[in-house]
Design a protein around this ligand. Structure first.
Ligand SMILES: [Zn+2]
Length: 145
């Protein structure tokens, strides 16, 4: 038997702690969400889960809302679209304010030492972070010319 991947283990555990009941469809929704370390555009996630499980899209949206309300997923705005990712990992990304394209970028090496100093000076025990830098992607810059 394969071990449960880290992201799925987090999602299942967080749902149990939050008292969210897991149906087979909801578990498959979590499996799809946990299969990626990058944000998932909500409409794509819902449509793909709905088409593979047969779950009604409204049911998927309701489940996603419950996950958001319990902080199990982190919400990201990509232009006019909405994306989510599980709240169990840090991520640094660029997002285009024009088309909403999202590009994951590596965490700057000096960030860890800054976080360590910040924790020491504030007394905070730090969790995960989501750094979003908005701008205009190269394609949108070209099409604006
Ligand atoms: Zn763009």
């Amino acid at each position: 038997m394969n071990p449960i991947p880290h992201r799925l283990r987090y999602a299942l555990s967080a749902c149990a702690v939050a008292g969210i009941r897991l149906t087979p469809d909801r578990r498959r929704f979590l499996e799809a969400l946990a299969s990626r370390s990058t944000p998932f555009v909500v409409e794509e996630l819902v449509q793909s889960t709905s088409s593979t499980t047969g779950a009604h899209e409204v049911t998927c949206y309701r489940f996603l809302t419950a996950l958001e309300e319990h902080g199990i997923v982190h919400r990201i705005t990509l232009g006019q679209r909405r994306a989510v990712l599980l709240s169990c990992e840090s991520i640094d990304y660029l997002v285009c304010r024009s088309c909403g394209v999202l590009v994951s970028v590596p965490e700057p090496p000096e960030l860890k030492s800054w976080q360590r100093r910040l924790a020491e000076t504030t007394g905070f025990q730090l969790g995960h972070h989501w750094h979003e830098l908005e701008g205009v992607c190269p394609d949108c810059q070209q099409s604006a010319l």
